[in-house]
Design a protein around this ligand. Structure first.
Ligand SMILES: [Ca+2]
Length: 492
């Protein structure tokens, strides 16, 4: 009786309730370091006025991370975690698949919000994603668009959203919307538009045998640039480190400055395209009732630490840019957050009053967005295990970060105070004020403490590997991995 009454009441109130639900515009770009943006890095020369305005009109999260990857195609686990809210060893792909319930795709962003009465739409790159989940949005326009024209580049994704919003208006669709506006850039190939390439002094360089032309408008070298990574990090031969068009194995200053210029050209075009979508939302009167979250699936090195790709755990790559604007979020806010991309599902649900699915493992960071908390967890764990095994792991707590590296013939440890050394400078940077502290006897206790934390996180999150020096916990390391030098992912 009570349930029937509730059902009747729900049905009766549905239009009004639906109208009160906030819209969600989830903007996800492909391969972008947080340090590209002025709001995360004041020294950046990237012009991104639209995203900057979103940042100043909402909240900036300075400690947002992707949990990691067990494959060179870092996008794949990242996008699974984003969609499902699950942790890296609990996904339907990789070694954690035994820890994942069947049918997970039905408990991901699209279907969760569709079932809650939302109109759901996505446009994003295709490939290296979570296709079974992605296709469950009501409307899907996925394609990889990494060219320098409107049809072949980022404008294509914005056009799909503008078309969708136009149809929504024409149909007078009063349902709240959940739109995932994904871009295929600034992932390589970084073919920017001619105007924006010129603005950053960059060229679409095609000849691996020589460096591209230098230009004064090219962005400066990052402070942690190196001509080579000083040791085998367990994944030095992956496609991103040796075969990206325009960089290949080159790490000279001209190549790196040109490639960052190309990255900025692609990023500014994304900024322009977001501006078009926001202008249309404003014209439709929907902007004020819309949460807008901007982030990337992971960061990228492009010359920092002598690396090029996303297969490492330095901050430029493990961390992601993140800003959120919307109802109830005070402009000008800033907090570390200590969030994972796997918290997005829970947070979107919390912001819109939708119940998260039982399979969700993420934590809503709505309390951070509302200024009630600074962080949602104390400790952050990261993994890269796509090359030599166990590969790389990191753990961060407060200002301290530990990175461990191990593979046959490789054993390295890095300990950084990110407060003193935010760019994780190491001996090769020859900076007298900042370096790796792992071998400094004064920090032996901190090193031991961080190693204890790392082991606890590896156990808690069902990491199937252990490092030498850690208890083996009776684990049998997975055997399905190809040895290094095996088949490479295609880099999409
Ligand atoms: Ca990516």
């Amino acid at each position: 009786m009570k349930a029937s009454l509730l059902l009747i009441l729900s049905a009766f109130h549905f239009p009004a309730l639906a109208a009160e639900k906030p819209n969600i515009l989830f903007i996800l770009v492909d391969d972008q370091s947080p340090f590209d943006f002025k709001f995360h890095n004041p020294d950046s020369t990237l012009d991104s006025p639209v995203i900057d305005r979103l940042a100043s009109g909402g909240m900036i999260l300075d400690a947002a991370y992707h949990m990691g990857s067990f494959t060179g195609a870092v996008c794949v686990p990242s996008r699974h975690m984003i969609s499902s809210g699950r942790t890296v060893w609990h996904l339907p792909v990789g070694h954690g698949s035994k820890n994942c319930p069947p049918g997970l795709e039905n408990n991901t962003l699209g279907p969760v919000f569709s079932r809650a009465g939302y109109a759901t739409m996505r446009t994003c790159k295709d490939g290296n994603s979570y296709t079974a989940a992605d296709k469950l949005f009501d409307v899907v326009h996925d394609a990889s668009k990494r060219g320098g024209t409107a049809e072949s580049g980022s404008a294509w994704h914005a056009e799909r959203v503008l078309d969708y919003l136009g149809e929504r208006k024409a149909k007078k669709d009063g349902r709240p919307f959940f739109i995932q506006l994904g871009f295929s850039h600034p992932h390589d190939v970084r073919d920017g538009t001619p105007e924006l390439l010129a603005k950053y002094g960059a060229t679409n360089h095609k000849d691996p045998s020589m460096a591209p032309p230098a230009h004064p408008k090219q962005p400066p070298l990052p402070p942690n640039w190196l001509p080579a990574h000083p040791f085998d990090n367990t994944e030095m031969g992956v496609r991103d480190e040796v075969a990206v068009s325009g960089v290949w194995k080159r790490r000279d200053q001209a190549t790196i400055r040109n490639e960052i210029g190309r990255e900025y050209a692609c990023s500014e075009n994304i900024d322009i395209q977001i501006g078009r979508v926001l202008a249309w939302l404003e014209e439709m009167g929907e902007l004020d009732n819309t949460y807008i979250l901007y982030t990337a699936d992971h960061g990228i090195a492009i010359g920092r630490h002598g690396l090029q790709g996303k297969q490492n755990l330095y901050e430029h790559t493990w961390r992601v840019p993140m800003i959120v604007k919307g109802p109830g979020i005070k402009p000008g806010g800033r907090a570390p957050g200590n969030v994972y991309l796997g918290d997005l599902l829970a947070t979107f649900c919390d912001l819109s009053g939708v119940s998260p699915p039982e399979t969700n493992e993420g934590t809503s960071f709505k309390p951070v967005l509302l200024g009630e908390k600074q962080t949602v967890r104390d400790t952050l764990y990261g993994v890269y295990s796509g090359g030599g095994k166990p590969g790389m792991r990191c753990v961060k707590q407060g200002d301290w970060k530990l990175i461990e590296y191990e593979a046959p013939g490789v054993r390295e440890t890095q300990l950084f105070s990110l407060k003193e050394n935010p760019h994780e400078l190491i001996a090769e940077h020859e900076n007298p004020k900042a370096t790796n502290l792992a071998k400094d006897p004064q920090h032996a206790a901190k090193l031991a403490e961080m190693r204890t934390l790392l082991l606890a996180e590896m156990r808690r999150l069902n990491d199937p590997w252990r490092f030498s020096g850690q208890p083996d916990d009776g684990l049998t390391p997975p055997k399905s991995d190809k040895p290094r030098g095996g088949k490479k992912f295609d880099g999409k």
